[in-house]
Design a protein around this ligand. Structure first.
Ligand code: DC
Length: 225
């Protein structure tokens, strides 16, 4: 078997997809493409322009008319990629609490998904790419060469988010984060369009009892098989 060219990694929030995906892309010299940043970017654009995220038509129009550029990181501040809209760097804005709280609403809109999936597919089909998201293996690139579904319990994922926030010097409350993770899971997995689930031919890895190196080793073996 040739080495997989299009690698899809899906899974819930904070399951380690981005860390693993980035490491894998670096090792293979592939493009790392975190598709969640596109939904986050549209959510931030709506908030910053005073567009009500409950207004589906207005948010969809934004998704259809706003080109989002995702590039390799230009600043060494632990970011996975640069997120640019009209040449403005909004990388850290996409991580703000207001965005966390609203991005699931935005990503449930059919028109938003259609507009962003199209862009994601075009980039993915160029190959030599590690694409990370929720529906890459099921909807965006169902013919990906290798599909991985990375899972972990809500408690473990909340613990990781909590540690991450503290490490960045922020303040955090574990119970609030856990409630947020659960609510995001609920919305992401029960939405009508492209709900979060593993593709039938995906390899599921549960990382509850594994550290990053152990997960990476499993993923690397799958690539090499
Ligand atoms: O992975 P993340 O936390 O950055 O994702 C942000 C939101 O976008 C989350 O609510 C799920 C959604 N998303 C999606 O619906 N489809 C994708 N391919 C990627 C993310």
């Amino acid at each position: 078997m040739p080495f997989p060219s299009i690698i899809a990694i899906d899974g819930p929030a904070a399951s380690g997809k981005s860390t693993i995906g980035r490491k894998l892309a670096d090792s293979l010299d592939y493009l790392f493409f975190d598709t969640g940043v596109m939904y986050r970017a549209i959510t931030w654009i709506a908030i910053s322009r005073g567009v009500d995220v409950a207004d589906e038509a207005a948010v969809t129009a934004l998704a259809e008319s706003t080109p989002i550029d995702v590039r390799p990181p230009s600043v060494n501040d632990s970011r996975a990629c640069d997120v640019l809209v009209d040449d403005t760097d909004i990388t850290w804005e996409t991580r703000r609490a207001e965005v966390e709280g609203k991005v699931s609403i935005v990503s449930a809109y059919a028109g938003v998904r259609r507009a962003l999936s199209k862009q994601q597919r075009r980039i993915g089909l160029r190959g030599r790419v590690v694409m990370v998201g929720r529906d890459i293996g099921t909807v965006v690139l169902p013919k990906a060469d290798l599909k991985i579904y990375l899972d972990a319990s809500a408690e473990e994922r909340a613990r990781r988010r909590y540690a991450e926030l503290l490490a960045r010097g922020g303040q955090a409350d574990y119970e609030t984060i856990l409630a947020g993770v659960r609510e995001r899971d609920r919305i992401d997995s029960t939405r009508d369009i492209a709900p979060l689930r593993a593709a039938e031919d995906a390899v599921v890895i549960n990382s509850d009892k594994l550290d990053i190196e152990q997960v990476f080793e499993k993923v690397w073996q799958l690539c090499d098989e």
